[in-house]
Design a protein around this ligand. Structure first.
Ligand code: TXA
Ligand code: MG
Length: 316
């Protein structure tokens, strides 16, 4: 199959209406989209990604008007978050309607919904009369794509169309929030920081710990992983630990002089810039002429937490 990369929203619409898959840009990462009401189209997503069916998909909307076809009720605190942060990198888990196939939620009663903050994605979603189910557009377990080039490198030949939307501005996946025992709980750290969420609705619970819990495979311990050995720790110590290897270093603010290739996430220590660059840098090192990749953690604040979460899982 020939894969085209173009910015033609009408063409993307036609393919999606015909039950085909289209990779779409969002502000977090590129998604692999299909009609969320069409279980045959959804099944193709799992096939192309090689994704286990116990891993649920996020449903994307372009307007809140369509929500009543997707979810049956909205808890007031979750509503408050949606009002404050949509469009944006926030996914909310809500009880699903019968129109959403069980395959989308892996049989769970709740569906993850989000409104992406990306002009091209929003224009497409507004043109459609169905929402789009879309996981990140990468093979299961690999690094998420933050440009159309990343998508074609992995899924080229397997999907007909990639809708061009430039580089993703946030760079890490959405924060997933739902209710557990009546308490607002963060199930996946992501592009919306906990600090911002708590400013809006007060303290929330966090259940992002590594687990093999099939309820939320974004939490699988080994995930977002490069193909090369990936070590996370004190980067100067790690740099000395492998004297006979070509080292690719991914550091927070300062270059690692002894590495073969040294990439810095943000010289000024800006966490948003670091998140934006993270996956691209991981891919660059994974495809470069180095044997291993070493990385260090960032401060555990703001988007630093989501970045550290991805780094730890890449190294697991
Ligand atoms: O930013 C994002 O969220 C990107 C873009 C494309 O929107 N999408 C994304 O999807 O990261 P994906 O499939 O790679 O990750 C979805 C994760 C699941 O692995 C799971 O952790 C959580 O979201 N999730 C989705 N639906 C859920 C549900 N019904 N219950 C619990 N967790 C859910
Ligand atoms: Mg993913």
């Amino acid at each position: 199959m020939e894969t085209r990369i173009e910015g033609d929203i009408d063409k993307a619409q036609k393919l999606l209406e015909a039950g085909q898959l289209v990779a779409i840009p969002t502000e977090t990462v590129y998604g692999l989209a299909a009609n969320a009401f069409n279980s045959e189209a959804i099944a193709k997503i799992f096939e192309v990604k090689n994704r286990p069916v116990f891993d649920p998909l996020i449903v994307h909307i372009g307007s809140v008007d369509i929500l009543s076809t997707i979810v049956t009720e909205i808890h007031p605190l979750l509503r408050k978050l949606m009002d404050a942060f949509w469009p944006g990198p926030l996914t909310v888990l809500l009880p699903k309607t019968e129109l959403i196939p069980d395959l989308v939620t892996s049989g769970l009663p709740d569906v993850g919904v989000r409104m992406p903050k990306h002009e091209v994605a929003l224009a497409l979603l507004k043109q459609l009369n169905f929402p789009l189910a879309a996981p990140s557009a990468n093979p299961f377990g690999y690094i998420s794509p933050t440009s159309s080039g990343h998508v074609i490198a992995q899924l080229g030949g397997k999907i007909p169309y990639i809708l061009e939307g430039g580089e993703c501005s946030v760079g890490v996946e959405s924060t997933v929030v739902g209710l557990e025992h009546g308490v607002v709980t963060v199930f996946r750290l992501g592009g919306l920081s906990i600090e911002k969420i708590e400013e809006e609705i007060g303290m929330v619970a966090l259940r992002n710990h590594s687990s093999s819990n099939p309820v939320a495979p974004g939490q699988l311990e080994s995930h977002y992983a490069p193909r090369k050995p990936f070590y996370v720790g004190d980067i100067e110590v790690l740099a000395k630990q492998f004297p006979d290897k070509k080292i690719g270093a991914l550091s927070a603010t300062e270059e690692v002089g002894t590495a073969t290739i040294s990439l810095v996430l943000s010289k000024s220590g800006d966490l948003n810039e670091s998140a934006q660059r993270l996956f691209g840098a991981m891919r660059e090192l994974d495809t470069a002429d180095v044997d291993i990749i070493i990385a260090e953690l960032l401060p555990e604040t703001g988007l630093g937490r989501a970045i550290n979460d991805r780094l730890k899982r890449a190294g697991a």
